[in-house]
Design a binder for this molecule. Structure first.
Ligand code: FAE
Length: 531
């Protein structure tokens, strides 16, 4: 109970908690070569933030290493983050043009030239897919839509059969929701708010076509959003802010779990450092090698630190790439063959429909989705489709959706000795099952509403946004690549704590699942392993 109280207090503290976090991530706190720490966490997203909080609360000094920036300093416009309508260098991770998920309009690219910079959203390109990820202290929580969705119980039992389902739903999902400061929308307000007209239009059409819709919880403070709608506070979700960060309103991890961990006084955060290697240290524990980078990504120093325990929380892609490379390069040769296997895109596919002229979606669209179409029970093609905003600031008559489907295809990571990088075997064509399932729903809606797909938003004459994902999952599956609690058993003291544990699919937006699983695993690790 104490921990929950501390956590909620820290989440609500606002400025003081932010100050503590800034202190924890200040340059003075950065790791130096030769340091020896009891616990080092690679990455500051959901898995890393949960791990850091529970370790520090247990009295263990913890060092987070994060490749992205701390995102606590305003730019010349007085804001930390840029919006979607006028993206600048803060938007993108080391790119010279933006790579927007909806990258076209009327078939013409709407991407913009920007200076190369360690911006907050990465679109990491593999042969058959682009994978969007947050970069910075807070990981994906900085850029995501904040939707906090607990997976369906029987589906969770199917994907992770080694996990005690009752314990997850009785203890760890509620703990995750409390730690993340999840809140529910005021449904009466939703019915009248201008900023959700787009969702009401999509709901009416889905319901009239025979589909069920459901409200979605969020970590964005809906009370703040109400004030945005009333024009009494600076706007964020209502000012086209999402995917490149939110300046207000969103309780990202730096304001929840990480702030609470910083409040213990036992956390340091070393930002703008990329971990490149982990190997056993002859004196005990592990040597962690990292490159300190500047804002154009150039290495300014290389450091080695000794850590008794290392927690991989670099996300599905970051953790899988590191472990596969370490095994191939002989630094962690005894990692099992399952490391690098079982990667999936959570069945992600995006699509948009063109509405009739009388079905206006509104010029003002909240960047935080609040509703989904739930057709998961359709065994011929389960779909859970979030009704996504298109916050262009002008009426466009567009209904946009991110569909989560049950795509059975899985890819593997492999070390490429000629490039020195790690490849992912996913092929774009492997997303056909996702398209097929989404078509069942949206063909029906189009037929019943006498509407058509937009084919100009994902390329030229291209209906389906099938070549990217927001939801990378897997690569280091629980109870296959690790034991049932995330331990890499060949190497005592090495653990995996992030989305790479989940076998490619969770049927809903994934961060609550990642958070709850991390809560479960770290509780057991702290109870049984020697620190
Ligand atoms: P993640 O949050 O990605 O954190 C990993 C961290 O490790 C990052 O900060 C990296 O910069 C860092 N890192 C990686 N490699 C290294 C290295 N070598 N050295 C040092 N640091 C490293 O991982 N999910 C939802 O549930 N609801 C949503 O509404 C939602 N919307 C999304 C919208 C967008 C645009 C995106 C991109 C994602 C969205 N997601 C959403 C997905 C969600 O953010 C994602 O599943 C989680 O962030 C994954 O959590 P992890 O802890 O696995």
């Amino acid at each position: 109970m104490t921990s929950r109280r501390t956590l909620l207090k820290a989440a609500l503290l606002g400025a003081p908690a932010a100050g503590l976090l800034a202190k924890a991530s200040a340059a003075g706190a950065a790791l130096a070569s030769g340091d020896h720490v009891p616990a080092l966490v690679i990455g500051s997203g959901y898995g890393g933030a949960v791990t850091a909080l529970r370790l520090t609360q247990a009295g263990i000094a913890t060092a987070i290493v994060e490749m992205g920036m701390a995102w606590n300093t305003a730019g010349s416009d007085g804001k930390v983050f840029c919006d979607m309508l006028s993206p600048d260098q803060r938007s993108s991770w080391l790119r010279t043009t933006t790579d927007q998920p909806v990258g076209y309009f009327l078939g013409v690219s709407i991407n913009k030239s920007i200076p190369k910079y360690t911006g907050v959203l990465d679109s990491e390109k593999f042969a058959g897919i682009r994978i969007y990820q947050g970069r910075g202290v807070g990981g994906g929580s900085l850029v995501n839509g904040g939707m906090a969705v607990v997976p369906k119980r029987d589906y969770f039992a199917q994907i992770l059969p080694s996990v005690d389902v009752a314990a997850m739903y009785d203890t760890y999902f509620p703990r995750a929701n409390a730690g993340l400061a999840v809140n529910a929308i005021d449904t009466a307000w939703f019915e009248t708010a201008d900023c959700y007209q787009y969702a009401r239009v999509s709901r009416a059409q889905a319901n009239a076509s025979g589909y069920t819709t459901t409200f979605l919880n969020n970590v964005y403070d809906f009370d703040y959003m109400k004030q945005e709608q009333a024009n009494t506070v600076p706007r964020s979700a209502l000012a086209s802010e999402v995917i490149y960060g939110n300046n207000y309103g969103k309780r990202s991890l730096d304001k929840s779990y990480l702030a609470a961990a910083a409040a213990t006084g036992r956390l340091t955060i070393t930002a703008q450092h990329v971990v490149t290697a982990v190997a056993p240290n002859a004196a005990g524990g592990y040597t962690v090698t990292m490159n300190q980078i500047d804002t154009v990504g150039a290495t300014v120093a290389t450091k080695t630190v000794r850590a008794d325990h290392v927690f991989f929380a670099a996300g599905s892609i970051g953790t899988s790439k590191l472990l596969v490379a370490m095994r191939a390069q002989g630094l962690l040769p005894n990692l099992p063959a399952a490391v690098g296997q079982g990667w999936g895109n959570n069945g992600n596919v995006m699509v948009a429909r063109a509405n009739h002229i009388w079905n206006t979606t509104g010029a003002l669209e909240s960047g935080m989705p609040a509703m989904g179409i739930d057709n998961w029970a359709d065994t011929a093609g389960p779909v859970f489709a979030e009704i996504a905003p298109f916050p262009a600031g002008t009426e466009l008559w567009i209904s946009l959706y991110l569909a989560i489907t049950k795509n059975p295809n899985r890819a593997a990571f492999s070390f490429n000795s000629s490039t020195g990088g790690v490849d992912l075997s996913w092929q774009t064509a492997w997303n056909q099952p996702a398209i097929d399932a989404a078509k069942r729903v949206f063909d029906t809606i189009n037929k019943k509403q006498v509407t058509v797909y937009r084919s100009d938003l994902f390329g030229v004459n291209k209906v389906w946004g099938d070549d990217f994902t927001y939801h990378p999952l897997g690569g280091c599956i629980l109870n296959q690549a690790t034991d049932n609690y995330g331990r890499l058993t060949a190497y005592p003291g090495l653990y995996v704590m992030d989305g790479s544990l989940i076998p490619g699919s969770t049927g809903v937006n994934p961060f609550v699942t990642i958070t709850a699983l991390a809560e479960r695993n770290i509780e057991r690790i702290l109870a049984t392993d020697a620190f």
